[in-house]
Design a protein around this ligand. Structure first.
Ligand code: NAD
Length: 442
């Protein structure tokens, strides 16, 4: 088998997968239908912001180990392994598998041109049964070849976190390989032999379910601590201390226990909704998962309520929103809490000024002319009646508070991510409110 690999779907996961496979010594073709993305990558420009991606893209492009193309069929025909990393968005609560089907058709057409064994790895998050019921039959139909003989298919869910993607890909907590063809599994094991991790081998649909269960658990953990934060406020208790103490219990662990304005991004909300929807389709009512979603749907509005608790009506108020991306170190705004918060502020008649170190361009596509875009965080605060921190970017945690206070009309700081020390904010003359802070709320 040659060392050529095609990665189909050049998004956050595909780009990082391709770059890391090139790091592991493979020659990688990055294939996408989007000619603009392909052109950018060809010029050595990453179409997304993700730490380390641009540098590695330039490096591997110059050595010829990474190439971008819109011709998936041709790339697959030259490769021994193809990864499916296309998006699986949620449309009206259901998973849209059209990208996966399209990728499987092109991969099948590429396999039709080959004489040797080929392995297809499904990395996109797909509902249990998709690989057996959609991917394999589609490839067989498009290639005229037989799974288990001419080609094999594995499921290898991805657990990387945006903002930390390269590190997570190269140092995963575990690598899950779902398979039914032993030979295909061996190829994938060999592919990842350069990465030290625990290997979990399962059947195809178990691997698909592991990804959904993983994300549902993380989503529940965040909604749990947010619900506790909201209750803490009623008792004048600081959720940060509560979270710290319960996080020390090894059965709980401190990760994903930070109260805030809720989870967003391309995975947790989408995957939680998908799991709820497929469970309901099978006549099961997933009450726990639904509750996690309900908490998350209303959590962004908590910061608006905190602003109102001090300012009263927000009509005519100038509100600075710091942070638009769904989390730091990314420009991804898919389902970001900032969107709900800004829409709620605009509905209440507030004038909104926004800032984000990386997501301003994406924000312009969402909010258009309805908000003012500030070039720096301090510029956003000029003349503001309130500053709401929505994303925990480091530069907001390090905001020069004395200077910031002087710029604002009313020095009200609503800390949606609990990244500012309330005592320091008070020393600088701020009125401080924070999710789950408790003090000043009774
Ligand atoms: P994305 O939306 O950023 O990118 C998907 C890409 O696939 C797009 O560039 C699109 O043009 C391309 N595409 C769609 N159909 C295609 C086709 N038929 N042929 C070629 N290209 C096609 O998606 P993403 O965020 O990278 O996520 C990809 C998958 O990985 C999803 O299933 C997602 O749930 C899962 N996942 C994402 C993350 C994450 O942090 N973003 C983490 C783990 C898993």
């Amino acid at each position: 088998m040659n060392r050529n690999i095609t990665v189909v779907g050049l998004g956050y996961v595909g780009l990082v997968t391709g770059i890391c496979l090139a790091d592991l010594g493979f020659r990688v073709f990055l294939a996408d239908l989007d000619a603009n993305k392909v052109e950018l990558v060809r010029r050595g420009v990453a179409p997304i912001y993700e730490p380390g991606v641009n540098e590695k893209l330039v490096k591997h492009r110059s050595t010829g180990s990474l190439e971008a193309t819109t011709n998936t069929i041709e790339a697959v025909a030259k490769s021994s392994v193809s990864f499916i990393t296309v998006g699986t968005p949620n449309v009206n609560g259901e998973v849209d598998l059209s990208g996966v089907k399209g990728a499987a058709e092109d991969i099948g057409a590429g396999i039709a041109e080959k004489n040797d064994y080929h392995v297809v790895v499904v990395k996109s998050t797909v509902i249990p049964g998709t690989t057996e019921e959609l991917v394999i039959p589609t490839i067989e139909a498009a290639s005229g070849k037989v799974e288990g003989k001419d080609f094999g298919v594995c499921v290898n869910p991805e657990f990387l976190r945006e903002g930390n993607a390269i590190r997570d890909f190269m140092n995963p907590d575990r690598i899950v390989i779902g398979y039914r063809d032993e030979r295909a599994c061996k190829v994938v094991e060999e592919l990842f032999s350069g990465i030290k991790s625990i290997l979990v081998k399962t059947d195809l649909r178990t691997a698909e379910m592991i990804k959904y269960a993983n994300n549902a658990f993380l989503a529940m953990k965040i909604s749990f601590i947010n619900e506790v934060a909201n209750i803490c406020e009623l008792f004048g208790v600081d959720v940060k201390q509560v979270a710290y103490a319960i996080g020390l219990d090894f059965r709980i662990n401190p990760e994903f226990l930070r109260a805030g304005c809720g989870f967003g991004g391309s995975c947790l909300p989408k995957d939680l909704r998908a799991l709820i929807s497929v469970a309901r389709n099978k006549n099961y009512n997933p009450v726990l998962l639904e509750a996690a979603l309900t908490v998350n749907n209303r959590q962004p509005l908590r910061v608006v309520e905190l602003a109102e608790s001090v300012l009263g009506e927000l009509r005519g108020r100038r509100i600075a929103v710091l942070g638009l991306a769904f989390k730091p170190e990314t420009d991804d705004m898919r389902e970001a809490p900032s969107i709900k918060i800004i829409h709620a502020l605009l509905e209440r008649g507030a004038k909104v000024v926004v800032h984000d170190p990386k997501a301003m361009e994406k924000a312009k596509g969402i909010f258009g002319e309805t908000v003012v875009y500030a070039e720096t965080s301090l510029n956003a605060l000029r003349g503001a009646d309130c500053c709401i921190i929505v994303t925990e970017w480091k530069e907001y945690a390090e905001l020069p508070l004395e200077e910031a206070k002087k710029l604002m009309r009313i020095p009200l700081l609503v800390d949606g991510r609990r990244i500012i020390d309330p005592a320091k904010a008070a020393e600088s003359g701020f009125i401080y409110r924070g999710i789950g802070w408790g003090k000043g709320m009774q």
